[in-house]
Design a protein around this ligand. Structure first.
Ligand SMILES: Cc1cc2nc3c(=O)[nH]c(=O)nc-3n(C[C@H](O)[C@H](O)[C@H](O)COP(=O)(O)OP(=O)(O)OC[C@H]3O[C@@H](n4cnc5c(N)ncnc54)[C@H](O)[C@@H]3O)c2cc1C
Length: 489
């Protein structure tokens, strides 16, 4: 049981446990009373998650405190080592840099951005293989960043331009009403459970909700943005997420993140294998045999990477920390790129959502001609996303096309040019899409992200209090922790 004492001696918004020495990282948004808005509609990965009557809407004891005083001994190579150059790592690095501290940012991959990755090679135009939409736009610093740096950014199209096909025809008004009613009923049950702090799965919360032929589609809308099946979706965690409008930048989310990181010194190809925190600071070792000593480190790798054990901690993380981390697992989500000869294959306007009600266990959501670049996309989530990544690009693209053929006919295949698939769940530097709570094990995200000892900090999408699973949540988490660490070293 942790017993927290504030870090008042440092005038920081933090605390640590006097029993196990786990640190608490508080987010300023929480302390300012950041409001959790709860229309469990459009959240996360761009899923269209709410319906209206007719159309589908597109779219998360100061005295006992020991201040951080590194022992005087052999000097550290740098003040801070930051592990991972995704949004969180870059945010942390810029915070540390702005405060004049020395650092090394070690990135295992060959580029910066992590799960923010705009691929411009496959189709010759920007295509986001990872994060794409600026969720919760009113609180999203990337929206301001886009505007300040000349990137076009704007709202996603509204519900009136999205569409569901039942077979080859659009759903009728009564069918939209029926879908809407199934969606509303399931959402209400999940919301009720979450609001009341019931740490149960969405499956359990909806067990008494009437089922009919629209249930699978309604559940798909509710779960797709979580990257999970209903069985794995924790209502309490879901309820803790903020909602808001989704924006989209045609140049690509990854392009913006790379732009933000362009002046940050990064060592790419530096795979961290060990963090030795047995001394007063840390010694971070890489796969190519280097060891860098620092007063502190900030670990921004995904929950999937931490769970895989590919980074060993010396000594191992305290049981409390291991227990906290095990409360989160990675979801699975794929975004399959589909280029057609014509930009007008899907029967909706640019950036609008389209669904085909056909096979309930193989559901996709499609987005048309994104950014008018001539590439559409098919998203799948949960078990299907895992299966598609196992099957590989050709099989994944083929299945997505098959669903489109169900709704639009064989001309889809005649028009098809090429596709793409990025297998995040198989990438050893990511191993999934984003973190979600295990039903029955939900804890506030910042608790899970507490620092260990005096020198090992954690930042990333998984730990933001209400904007978890997002690229801007990762950025804010990294900036906040970077600021804290810079003040301590
Ligand atoms: C398909 C997909 C779609 C998404 N859609 C959206 C969306 O529309 N909107 C949104 O806001 N969010 C979306 N997300 C989530 C968003 O991309 C992430 O929440 C965010 O980018 C995570 O940033 P991060 O810095 O926490 O982690 P990461 O981006 O994972 O950064 C961690 C970095 O650590 C590196 N690393 C890992 N292991 C090591 C090691 N041993 N040594 C050194 N470096 C290492 C990795 O290579 C990576 O660069 C999506 C994610 C996916 C996968």
């Amino acid at each position: 049981m942790c017993e927290f004492v504030p870090d008042a001696s440092l005038q920081l918004r933090g605390a640590h446990c006097r029993m196990c020495d786990m640190g608490e990282v508080f987010d300023e948004q929480i302390l300012k009373g950041g409001r959790i808005m709860k229309d469990l509609g459009s959240k996360l990965a761009g899923a269209a998650l709410s319906l209206n009557r007719r159309k589908v809407i597109a779219g998360v004891a100061a005295a006992v405190t020991v201040p951080f005083i590194p022992k005087v001994g052999h000097a550290a190579d740098v003040d801070v080592v930051i592990i991972g150059a995704g949004a969180a790592g870059l945010g942390a690095a810029r915070s540390v840099m702005a405060r004049g501290r020395t650092f090394k940012l070690l990135e295992g991959g060959d580029r910066i951005g992590g799960r923010a990755y705009t691929d411009t090679t496959t189709f010759g135009v920007p295509f986001d293989q990872g994060c794409t939409f600026q969720h919760i736009a009113a609180r999203n610093p990337w929206v301001q960043y886009a505007r300040a740096n000349g990137f076009e950014v704007g709202k996603m199209p509204g519900d009136d331009v999205s569409r569901v096909n039942v077979g080859r025809r659009e759903a009728r008004s009564g069918e939209y009403d029926a879908m809407s009613s199934r969606y509303d009923a399931a959402k209400a049950a999940i919301s009720y459970a979450g609001r009341n702090g019931w740490d149960v799965s969405a499956r359990r919360a909806t067990q008494n909700v009437k089922k009919d032929k629209w249930t699978a589609l309604a559940e798909f809308w509710l779960r797709v943005g979580m990257g999970r099946e209903f069985e794995d979706l924790a209502c309490k965690d879901w309820w803790s997420g903020a909602d808001g409008e989704n924006y989209y930048a045609p140049a690509g989310y990854g392009t913006m993140v790379a732009h933000y990181g362009k002046d940050v010194p990064v060592e790419t190809g530096a795979v961290v294998t060990e963090i030795d925190w047995s001394g007063s600071g840390v010694k971070v070792s890489t796969a190519d045999g280097r060891t860098i000593s620092a007063k502190a480190c900030i670990v921004t790798v995904s929950i999937g990477v931490l769970a895989s054990g590919s980074i060993s901690f010396k000594p191992q993380l305290p049981a409390a920390k291991r227990n906290a981390l095990s409360r989160l697992t990675m979801g699975h989500y794929v975004t399959i790129g589909l280029k057609f000869k014509s930009k007008r294959i899907l029967p909706v306007t640019n950036n609008a959502w389209f669904w085909v009600d056909s096979k309930s266990d193989e559901m996709f959501e499609f987005m048309s001609n994104m950014g008018d670049h001539g590439v559409s996309r098919a998203n799948a989530s949960g078990k299907l996303a895992v299966q598609l990544q196992e099957a590989g690009k050709d099989a994944a693209v083929d299945l997505a096309l098959e669903r489109l053929v169900d709704g639009l006919g064989p001309r889809v295949r005649d028009q098809f040019v090429e596709g793409s698939l990025h297998s995040w769940s198989k990438d050893p530097l990511v191993l999934g899409s984003w973190a979600g709570a295990v039903p029955g094990k939900t804890r506030p995200r910042p608790q899970i992200g507490r620092r260990v000892g005096r020198s090992v900090y954690f930042a990333g999408e998984a730990y933001h209090p209400d904007m978890w699973a997002t690229c801007h949540g990762a950025l804010i988490s990294g900036q906040t922790v970077g600021k804290q660490v810079a003040a301590r070293v």
